[in-house]
Design a protein around this ligand. Structure first.
Ligand SMILES: Cc1cc2nc3c(=O)[nH]c(=O)nc-3n(C[C@H](O)[C@H](O)[C@H](O)COP(=O)(O)OP(=O)(O)OC[C@H]3O[C@@H](n4cnc5c(N)ncnc54)[C@H](O)[C@@H]3O)c2cc1C
Length: 733
């Protein structure tokens, strides 16, 4: 009978790391490994920079190839190059057998028993009695503490520990080919790079990889079991097709496959992770994930956390074993899991992958975010936040390209409105012709044409909406004391408040003049002109009501405000004008009442979703993607969905803190508020809410027969939806 302080079942990275940490602290450690210790496991053998920085680099002999560049391919075949160079450390590829042997060799004070099949495990009077069948005969081991480090396929062991075997739901699944390439060819094809291929149309929620070792190329693909079942995907077939397309590009066609492997990869954190005298680590604990490219680092990290808990147990601290579970959940959720779930939607949308990668060529934020993700040098939260920030630029760029044609028409028309050589006309042009999305005007054009209106009939009203909207911006800037608008100094700063108010008034009146400007012989009859004016008046009055409520709101009264109050406020402030714009388009098309109503509802819901999105943009978008400076609204303590959500979910201490921070109105306090919002997932709430209204918008026009203008309206919704794709569905959480 061997007596040990800790018995570890499984000699992979998790077991070996735990053996090293515990034996170094003087504990007697026995590791039981079912198979041989130097077995080659199914693994890509890519070791991320972050792991090496935290745990140290293996000796040169273990390193097959240094990795300084990751090439990320999207469905269009071009790639984005991400530098994985850290100032002191690159990533590496290894042969798993060698890497595992090295990890085991560090735990030289632990006793490893290989080819040890477990015959029985019994817990008796606070001790485990384990009987193992080894090549030298049966052996008994007694220990107070057991670590389950037996990986993804240990249901037999788990039933003996009364643990529920890992479910296939959300389970990762992989397939790999090893190709005999020779060092020279691999040097030529890859040098110090590895490749990732995101092809959601082929394998959603996953990717293909090409990891060159010294002279062997490992090609693999991974996703979840749910996906391959739902889409009836054969990973092997997909991998073969992928290789056919890619080996030629790399000058590697005709390579022979020397090994095929693959296997499961648990991607959901397990509960419980401890029991009476045992802890679970590594793949068995579900700490790895295909989404963030591995499991070796996570296996080792969970083993370190388990070792700390066990050392605490032996030094007489209470509750350290049960505390382990929370530490694992806190660490991995905060560092990786929550953020992986947020990034996951990108891996299902072909268009989005293409756009992100294309944009990444000119946007260093995207490259930095992906670099962190791939090298794991910082928590994934950082990379998620960077990609999240980059999404604002992506949305602006894409919106622009969808509505470019319509916008150009509006811009051209607006130039003709104020042509006199007077101060009033100069002021109007300064604010009117300095950029702007022209969204309201474009909505008039698209909604109208989608229902059959003539472009020429729509243009005066479309411009009227842009002019009236600009009037409201001039007045808003005075109210808010805004300094910049559309990249230029605000009118009231340049000309004084009196002049600016008057210019705003003039713009407003011009809008109504244009709405009523139809000649008797035009295609729009008088009755419709009156309708248009009524709709314009209604929206103007509602927007004014919204503005007054907005001005009146002060954060001290947040506790009396509900989500409904907020939605009503933004419906009036933003929704009313968008609602009127799409309704006006429908009226000009002489559409049926049903269609007019549908377009009105579309504009209203789009407006609400847009404002929810815009409120988040205020918190996150740097001035490179937003014409407004960051934190403008939060410093003024504006009512937002994220504020209501945080007030409803935060601890009373955090609520008090939030109210205090809101009263300060500084950039520092805004950063702290953002941290609080993140703690309570208030931005996730914003995304879900925005998505809800975008979906409503789409539903309202669903029954209208498709045409290019209607599809453009839907595209606007789709692009705004990029932001809401970050929202994690209830099911995933
Ligand atoms: C195809 C594929 C490619 C991958 N590529 C990468 C990659 O490139 N980079 C990366 O970081 N991660 C990668 N991973 C994930 C990585 O391999 C795992 O996350 C990692 O091995 C987990 O370590 P572990 O110690 O928890 O489990 P394992 O390495 O699986 O070790 C568990 C050990 O327990 C032993 N065992 C099982 N049952 C018993 C028992 N009853 N008694 C005794 N011993 C038992 C097993 O034989 C095994 O040696 C990949 C996974 C797959 C499937």
């Amino acid at each position: 009978m061997i007596r040990a302080d800790v018995v570890i079942i499984g000699a992979g990275p998790a077991g070996a790391e735990a053996a090293y940490n515990l034996s170094e602290s003087g504990l007697r450690v026995v590791v039981l490994e079912k198979l041989s210790l130097d077995r080659e496991k199914p693994c890509g053998g890519a070791i991320q920079t972050g792991e090496l920085l935290e745990f140290g680099t293996p000796p040169p002999l273990i390193i097959e190839r240094e990795v300084r560049e990751a090439r990320i391919f999207g469905p269009n075949g071009s790639f984005l190059s991400i530098s994985t160079i850290h100032s002191e450390q690159s990533g590496i590829t290894v042969k798993r057998s060698a890497y595992d042997s090295w990890l085991q060799s560090r735990a030289s004070n632990a006793q490893f028993i290989e080819k040890a099949g477990i015959v029985s495990i019994l817990r008796n009077k606070g001790a485990w009695n384990v009987v193992v069948d080894t090549p030298l005969g049966n052996t008994g081991v007694e220990t107070p503490i057991l670590i389950h480090a037996a990986g993804a396929n240990a249901s037999h062991l788990e039933s003996r520990l009364d643990l529920t075997p890992l479910s296939n739901k959300g389970m990762g699944i992989t397939c790999q080919f090893w190709l005999d390439a020779g060092q020279e060819k691999l040097d030529r094809a890859f040098k110090n790079s590895i490749e990732f291929h995101f092809l959601p149309h082929r394998v959603p929620e996953g990717y293909f990889w090409l990891f060159p070792k010294k002279d062997v190329l490992v090609a693999g693909v991974g996703t979840t079991i749910d996906i391959i079942r739902a889409k009836r995907i054969s990973l092997k077939n997909e991998l073969e097709a992928f290789l056919k397309e890619n080996l030629e590009r790399l000058g590697l066609s005709g390579l022979s496959v020397i090994r095929q492997d693959g296997g499961k990869m648990p991607m959901r954190l397990r509960r419980p992770l401890y029991g009476d005298g045992f802890l679970v680590v590594g793949d068995a604990a579900g700490v790895g994930s295909i989404l963030h490219g591995g499991g070796i680092y996570q296996a080792r990290k969970s083993a370190v956390l388990a070792s700390e808990a066990i050392k605490g147990y032996f030094s007489g601290e209470v509750g350290t074993l049960s505390g382990y579970e929370e530490r694992v959940h806190d660490y991995f959720n905060e560092r990786e899991r929550r953020w992986d779930l947020r990034l996951k939607p990108f891996l299902t949308d072909e268009n989005l992958v293409k756009r992100i990668l294309d944009r990444g060529r000119s946007d260093s934020t995207i490259r930095e975010g992906l670099g962190i993700l791939l090298s794991s040098t910082e928590g994934h939260r950082k990379s998620y936040e960077l990609v999240e920030e980059a999404s604002f630029g992506l949305i602006a760029e894409e919106l622009d390209s969808i509505i470019r044609e319509e916008k150009e028409l509006i811009d051209k028309g607006l130039k003709e409105l104020f042509k006199e050589d007077s101060e009033l006309h100069r002021m109007a042009n300064e604010v009117l012709l300095h950029g702007g999305k022209r969204l309201r005007a474009v909505l008039v054009l698209l909604a109208g044409q989608a229902l059959g209106a003539e472009l020429n009939d729509l243009l005066p009203v479309a411009m009227a909406y842009e002019v009236s909207h600009t009037a409201s911006l001039v007045h808003d800037d005075i109210i808010d004391g805004g300094e910049w608008r559309r990249g230029a100094e605000t009118l009231h700063r340049r000309y004084g408040i009196g002049h600016a108010i008057t210019a705003g008034d003039a713009l407003l009146i011009k809008g109504f003049e244009m709405m009523s400007s139809y000649e008797a012989n035009a295609g729009v009859d008088k009755a419709r002109v009156i309708k248009l004016i009524k709709v314009g008046c209604r929206s103007g009055l509602e927007a004014s009501e919204g503005e007054v409520r907005d001005i009146n709101f002060s954060p001290e009264e947040i506790e009396s405000k509900s989500l409904e109050d907020y939605i009503e406020l933004i419906r009036m402030k933003t929704g009313a004008l968008l609602e009127a714009a799409t309704e006006a388009g429908a009226i000009l098309a002489n559409a049926s009442q049903e269609n007019v109503k549908a377009m009105r509802e579309f504009g209203k819901n789009l407006g609400i979703a847009f404002q929810i999105y815009d409120d988040a943009k205020d918190l996150l978008a740097s001035s490179t993607v937003s014409l407004k400076s960051r934190f403008t609204d939060i410093k003024k303590g504006k009512l937002t969905a994220q504020l209501i959500h945080t007030m409803n979910s935060a601890s009373s201490e955090d609520r008090k803190r939030l109210l205090h921070l809101l009263s300060l109105g500084t950039t520092e306090s805004a950063h702290e508020i953002l941290d609080l919002y993140r703690r309570y997932d208030a931005l996730g709430y914003n995304q879900k809410l925005s998505r809800e209204y975008l979906e409503r918008a789409l539903q309202t026009i669903d029954f209208i027969p498709s045409n290019p203008f209607l599809e453009k309206l839907k595209d606007i919704v789709r692009v705004l939806g990029y932001w809401t794709r970050f929202a994690v569905s209830q099911e995933n959480q």
